[in-house]
Design a protein. Sequence first.
Lengths: 818, 114
Amino acid sequence: MIDKPHLVVIGNGMAGCRAVEEILARDADAYRITIFGAEPRVNYNRIMLSPLLAGDKGFDDIVINDHARYADNLIDLVAGDAVVAIDRSAQTVTARSGRVEHYDKLLLATGSDPFIIPCPGHDLQGVVTFRDMDDVGKMLRAADAGGDAVVIGGGLLGLEAAHGLALRGMKVTVLHLMPTLMERQLDEAAGWLLKEALEARGQVILTGADTAEIIGHGRVEGIRLKDGREIPASLVVMAVGIRPNVALARDAGLAIGRGIHVDDHLVTSDANILAVGECVEHNGLVYGLVAPLWEMCRSLADGLVAVPSGYTGSVTSTKLKVSGIDVFSAGDFSGGAGCEDIVMRDASRGVYKRVVVKGDRLVGAVLYGDTRDGNWYFDLLKRQDDVSDIRDALIFGQAFASGGGADANPDAAVAAMSDDGEICGCNGVSKGKVVSAIVGGAVTLDAVRACTKASASCGSCTGLVEGLLSLTLGDAFAGERAAPTVCKCTSFTHEEVRRLIVEKALKVIPQVMQALHWTTPDGCASCRPALNYYLLCAWPGDYVDDQQSRFVNERMHANIQKDGTYSVVPRMWGGITNPRELRAIADVVDKFKAPLVKVTGGQRLDIFGIRKEDLPAVWADLNAAGMVSGHAYGKTLRTVKTCVGSDWCRFGTQDSTGLGVKIEQMTWGSFMPHKFKIAVSGCPRNCAESTIKDFGVICVDSGYELSIGGNGGIKVRVTDLLCKVATEQEAMDYCAAFIQLYREEARYLDRTAPWVERVGLDYIKQRIVEDAAGRETLRDRFLFSQLFMQDDPWAKRAAGEDYKLHQHLAEIRPMVPA
Amino acid sequence: MSLQAEWLDIGPVDQLPALGARTLPVRGGREIAIFHTANGEVYALVNACPHKAGPLSQGIVHDTTVTCPLHNWRISLVTGQALGSDVGCVPVIPVKIDNGRILIGRAAALAGVV
Ligand code: SRM
Ligand SMILES: Cc1cc2nc3c(=O)[nH]c(=O)nc-3n(C[C@H](O)[C@H](O)[C@H](O)COP(=O)(O)OP(=O)(O)OC[C@H]3O[C@@H](n4cnc5c(N)ncnc54)[C@H](O)[C@@H]3O)c2cc1C
Ligand code: SF4
Ligand code: FES
């Protein structure tokens, strides 16, 4: 027995002990074994620290190997004594206590160290990490004292810590730097659902939150974010990531990268030293989950005491251990050439599923709310099975798709339902009812809706009803509906989306996408801007504009030109200007060497050729002269064109210039489905071209003729006369009410002309002219939303907001060889 | 053998707007656009649309695609290929993230620099 070679293991954690198990299982007599562990305890299941913190488990429940087990296998456990040095030439290790052991084979299984953000205050008492039993002990003591906890990091570990602390009665705030939680495992849609669920449980989740400083005197008192916000806390948990623990290996001169370099048999650059677990780097990859460690341990034992098998790397999957919240993710869902997303959402059950298929293979899956098929997807993914046969049914899960073969298409799912299976949850309509309605002559979706009410409420079963129509009628089913859907990401029309946003109180884009079963994970360049506008219109004052859902011009507050520079148009109220404004414009042209300044067709000046880096400085100069953005770039009010009117013109009947200025001051800044132009002419000679504007006023002796729905663009359309009013105030009220009706009811990217043609002049007259009370509420809603819209976007940018949009990230200046 | 590193550190990831992009001019070379997706991944392309050289950095980013701001071509951030019925390709610059820093492939970034 003395003659047995000595295997020394550094690290009494998950990988170290598992490797020993695997070796013993293959050949219990091959080695005499000593394990050094820095922690003063036996080997326990680290991943169970989360349930331990949450109170679901005690320490005894999570022990993997108790003292008896070490003794039974004649393993010498040196607990609470860390190894501090390796001498490779003498083949010895030295522990902190001074103990020296000679080894024949050495196994490094030192795991990782939690990463600590080196911000001021990181070393205060009450700042902890989440890695081992001692950390949990600290958290439990803090929780006993009650109070507020801040968890930095919204990844797997951070969220599990937050969950545990919340269950222990602390008020928990999670700070996450990225815009969505667990962004490395989840996509935006699933991350958002997770955030909602955690918030519903009382946690505060701040995304995009960047920690500046941990404050306190000796002990933590709170945290300050870079944006200045302060959050009180008696406990701060840092869970922002881990770093392979390579210190010993580095000091011993072993080859390391991010982790300790190992070959396929887990041997390091020294043939007598092996390494396994989170501390290693294999084929450029470092792992932070246990499944890969198990695979490594098998190959390690095979190589050491049996027939070498060789480790080839691992595919990983993730589950979040927060009870009641089911989240699963595996593989790669970053997309790319040839990748196709299949998305299914079930808003009533809170389910989101997305699988990514590349060619004939499954390459990634994200599941939220229903993770039953996670393992099945993971198997398909790991085995690289050909899924072309079951592709159309893949998203419905194993139970359905393994029906397999050519029958496996979504319609078959409906076909397979029993007659009393429920189709429409809102109105309790069964499949049998829908089918008999169809047989009875309801051969379109609208007809089915009218006679059964199925799909007439929230609309989420529209796909099922259409499936039944095509099953029952075969080729006789006419197919799609007349009104266009918002885009290919959804089967809902603009009108339905707008109505449902209000009815279901949907407040942010990911929520709309989930509730309305978007078939893509984060929409496209068509639906994102539309949804952003619909939300902005529905929830004035509440909704936070989503910059990334805006077309470049609205994001940059200037018009992009063919060479990538921008043009800048300051507002000139009613087309009137003065020497101060003209001087400021001239100075900007000189100072920034603008190649062109031009009078536009909208009665103002356009400065061309400004670089995006210079925009804030240009705006600052224009602001200083009292000018604000002219919104020449937006789906907004553009210009109010005027003529000189009664002040000067020999034919003028009213003060058209003055009224134009007042209207522009009332309406500027408002976002609309498309751009909106107004004009006021002083007499029927109509020099301001009022009859080709979205809203036109023609002054006459007895008052003001108001007309709507004109367009001077691609398809010229003369306005329709709406009505005649007597006073300026009425002209303004009707204008505000008309704009609000357009804002609330038109489809995104509809100018007023096609909208008026579609809904009919009579409808508009009924809403604006005949229904006086309705007109007033429309006007009031418009004026209310203007409270939040009329602040100059240029001023904010000039003051530094969103500066990143204007500055380069960095610049590369290659060294020119001398 | 060159002493120059294979990767260039161009700054921290948190300097990228979510679902957006920033630019990286290369003196004597072609400007690069660095994109940030909803999943927090980072990609880099030459900042010129294969259609008429529109600044891709100013487009709308969705999934791993950017829609060009000038005429709405969709370009894959992963391959640089135009998607759908459009045909064209823009050079991709390799990117990796290390400790919160963005590293880009030197050779590809400096391609064409004289
Ligand atoms: C600058 C200007 C031309 C000029 O030098 O006069 C202009 C320039 C552009 N127009 Fe215009 N339009 C300009 C007055 C007009 C007018 C005349 C008017 O407003 O009195 C019309 C016809 C009237 C109308 O809209 O009903 C006009 C009808 C269009 C259209 C067609 C709209 C339609 O519904 O058919 C487009 C395309 C679009 O919006 O989709 C368009 C789009 C554009 C765009 C935004 C093209 C683009 O997407 O890049 C141009 C931006 C140039 C820039 O960078 O500034 N422009 N455009 C005028 C700016 C007015 C202003 O001060 O804001
Ligand atoms: C709270 C929590 C929850 C987790 N949940 C999951 C999960 O749900 N699913 C999943 O797959 N993974 C999960 N993980 C990750 C998983 O626990 C790790 O991947 C795994 O523990 C890594 O095993 P390891 O042996 O490499 O490192 P460890 O388990 O950390 O073991 C390393 C050991 O080496 C010791 N050591 C270090 N240096 C020395 C030295 N010089 N001398 C002596 N001893 C030393 C350390 O004290 C430690 O005990 C979780 C992790 C945590 C912290
Ligand atoms: S008419 Fe055409 S070319 Fe001229 S500014 Fe308008 S969009 Fe541009
Ligand atoms: S330049 Fe990009 S689409 Fe035309």
